[in-house]
Design a protein. Sequence first.
Length: 100
Amino acid sequence: MNERVTPQVFPPMQALPDGEAELSLVVRLPWEDVARLGQEAGRLAAQMQRPVTLDEAVSNRLRSTRPAAAHARPGAEQPAAAAAPGGAGVTSLPRISGTA
């Protein structure tokens, strides 16, 4: 039986009190990537000495591997990849493991 679970509805983006923003999205991943996220969550949980969700592991990984978000600052020059149509997309996001 292949039934789809009805997803909960969240606002697509909301501002948080700490000055950050939270995005809600659905991502389809191969099981190998889900396993890598689980490993990342385990490492982070050991470091923080508390349980960690996969959401937290992804957020932490993106924060620790991303370049400065110059494009998000007012008055900043646009990076070439963001300015060019068809520029960097999802494929440019860092992988969870060190392998490509």
